[in-house]
Design a protein around this ligand. Structure first.
Ligand SMILES: [Ca+2]
Ligand SMILES: [Ca+2]
Ligand SMILES: [Ca+2]
Length: 328
């Protein structure tokens, strides 16, 4: 488009630029028109489908949608089921742990109750003992009060009556002195009697031996134990009873070698229970080694003494020499 006459070169160049811009604008407009034509051509191509094909296509789309919906539903249900199962397991674990805890708590409570019951019983017993001890102490205190009061009263009465009792006490002391003097005289008389007895004891019967104010008879014949016992009784004596080691030695000294003499010792009433003929139990034994052994079918129930002073049990029916003993 021309602007003036004075500048022919610049006007030509301006015109050429204007033409170029015009072509460019025209090209762009043409391109836009072609694009609009292409879009208008495409829409009618979809709309030009037949109804059957459109319905088929619609069904296909619906089927795909349904399948997709079902798949999503199944996945969702599986997830919900898994979550529900996990929740159920968690609930069962919780319930189990709760039951176990309750059971343990119940056992602990029972044990505690039992321990408390035992301790309570022990404490009750101790309390009862303490109560009884306190009661005993109170009784003792009350008794002591009574006794002490009585003793005090007695002492006061003695003090009050001392003047009255003084002559009586004096007489009592004199009586005691007299009693002592009489006792001394009696002792002296007994000693003299004893000495007389010693003198008379030197006169044992003929054939009897004397030892320590006692007479002994050593037989020269033999008899069974019971017959020998009866013989001694007829002489107001008894078979020898050993009361001391000295007496046993005296008897042994009068026993001949290789002989044994009856003693007044037997277990014929109860086996193993050795008793003297006066009823006393044996307390000072001098048994030989291995004796008493009660051998034989009839047993051995009567004791004899050897010349060495040792004893042996032999059958009572056996005939042996014997020893009688009696006081002077
Ligand atoms: Ca004797
Ligand atoms: Ca015996
Ligand atoms: Ca024997």
């Amino acid at each position: 488009m021309p602007k003036g006459k004075g500048s022919s070169m610049s006007e030509g160049e301006a015109a050429a630029g204007a033409y170029e811009r015009w072509d460019l604008v025209e090209g762009m407009e043409s391109e836009k028109r072609e694009q609009r034509k292409a879009r208008k051509g495409a829409v009618p191509s979809l709309l030009t489908l037949s109804p059957e094909r459109a319905i088929t296509l619609l069904y296909v789309l619906l089927a795909l949608t349904f399948v997709l919906f079902m798949a999503l539903t199944i996945v969702t249900l599986q997830r919900v089921s898994a979550m529900w199962e996990a929740l159920e397991q968690a609930r069962m674990r919780s319930e189990n742990s709760h039951t176990t805890a309750r059971h343990n708590l119940s056992e602990a409570q029972d044990t505690l109750d039992e321990q408390l019951s035992v301790e309570l019983k022990v404490m009750r017993g101790r309390l009862q003992n303490v109560s009884q001890e306190v009661e005993r102490v109170w009784w003792k205190v009350a008794e002591c009060q009574r006794e002490c009061g009585k003793e005090l009263a007695d002492r006061l009465r003695v003090l009050e009556e001392r003047d009255v009792l003084e002559p009586v006490l004096q007489q009592l002391a004199e009586a005691r002195q007299e009693q002592s003097r009489v006792a001394a005289l009696l002792d002296k008389a007994l000693q003299e009697t004893h000495n007389l007895s010693e003198i008379f004891c030197t006169r044992c019967p003929s054939g009897w031996q004397q030892f320590d104010r006692t007479c002994y008879f050593f037989s020269s014949t033999t008899k069974p134990w019971l017959a020998a016992k009866e013989f001694c009784t007829n002489f107001s004596a008894h078979l020898a009873i050993v009361d001391s080691q000295q007496e046993n030695k005296f008897l042994a000294n009068h026993v001949m070698e290789n002989q044994k003499f009856w003693l007044g010792l037997t277990d014929r009433y109860r086996e193993g229970d050795w008793q003297w003929t006066d009823g006393r139990s044996l307390s000072l034994p001098f048994w030989n080694n291995g004796e008493p052994n009660n051998v034989g079918s009839h047993g051995e129930d009567c004791a004899t003494i050897y010349s060495n002073g040792r004893w042996n049990d032999v059958p009572c029916f056996q005939a042996e020499p014997w020893i009688c003993e009696r006081s002077c």
